[in-house]
Write a protein that binds this ligand. Structure first.
Ligand SMILES: C[S@@+](CC[C@H](N)C(=O)[O-])C[C@H]1O[C@@H](n2cnc3c(N)ncnc32)[C@H](O)[C@@H]1O
Length: 210
């Protein structure tokens, strides 16, 4: 194992998780839904806390690992979470309830985020997480830009597209979408981007003040 791989592995094993997170992660893996990794979850928790997020939106609820991470240190935040698969949303509801998150802090919406997000309030969210279908990434990003407030952040998971983004021979659509997004935000005067190698890559984008 190279030094970089050892660093990466150490970082993945480092964060402690709550019992609720451990339970949700186990269920997610059992159901074949890829949850955010431990270090990515810790990143989500820390960004939400650092930005004192009150209104959070996530696209791709899955079984709730990312949602529980986003809410971990922000007791007064509310989470709007959108999921297209009824079964995933049902399991996530159970995970949130078992974690003791009151229903008043959750708005769980079943539907296609490409139709749901454009109906949400504009510039209303402190933090938006994109963790859904990579083939729809550019649509989700455009809609996320509409709902995040100036000074707020958008976080994109799987920014290495399972290791393919840095691989020049990889030309599949999901990988190309991610490369297009990385290029777009690195050239934008309206966004401060940071790409972290946590998990399969986390891209954090701060929408600068207008
Ligand atoms: C990688 S999983 C999300 C995992 C979750 N964020 C977690 O860490 O526990 C992606 C999820 O996005 C959902 N999804 C895919 N396309 C979607 C869309 N257009 N709108 C809403 N959800 C979508 C999938 O059904 C799946 O549950």
């Amino acid at each position: 194992m190279s030094k970089l791989e050892r660093n990466w592995q150490y970082a993945e094993q480092y964060p402690g998780e709550t019992e609720a997170l451990v339970r949700a992660r186990r269920l997610s893996l059992e159901l074949g839904v890829e949850p955010v990794s431990r270090s990515v979850g810790a990143h989500l928790s820390a960004v939400a806390a650092l930005s004192r997020a009150q209104a959070i939106c996530e696209i791709g609820t899955g079984v709730g690992v990312s949602g529980l991470s986003l809410l971990r240190y922000v007791d007064d935040a509310t989470l709007t979470s959108i999921e297209i698969e009824p079964e995933h949303l049902r399991e996530a509801k159970t995970m949130f309830a078992e974690a003791g998150i009151p229903g008043s802090r959750l708005r769980l919406i079943e539907g296609d985020a490409r139709h749901v997000v454009p109906r949400l309030n504009t510039s209303a969210y402190d933090l938006v997480l994109l963790d859904a279908n990579p083939l729809e990434l550019l649509d989700h990003f455009e809609h996320a830009l509409g709902i995040v407030r100036p000074g707020g952040s958008i976080i994109v998971t799987n920014a290495f597209s399972h290791g393919r983004v840095p691989e020049p021979a990889a030309r599949d659509t999901a990988t190309q979408n991610m490369r297009d997004l990385l290029a777009l935000v690195s050239e934008s005067a309206a966004i401060a981007p940071v790409l972290s190698p946590a998990g399969d890559g986390v891209l954090t984008l701060v929408r600068l003040d207008d």
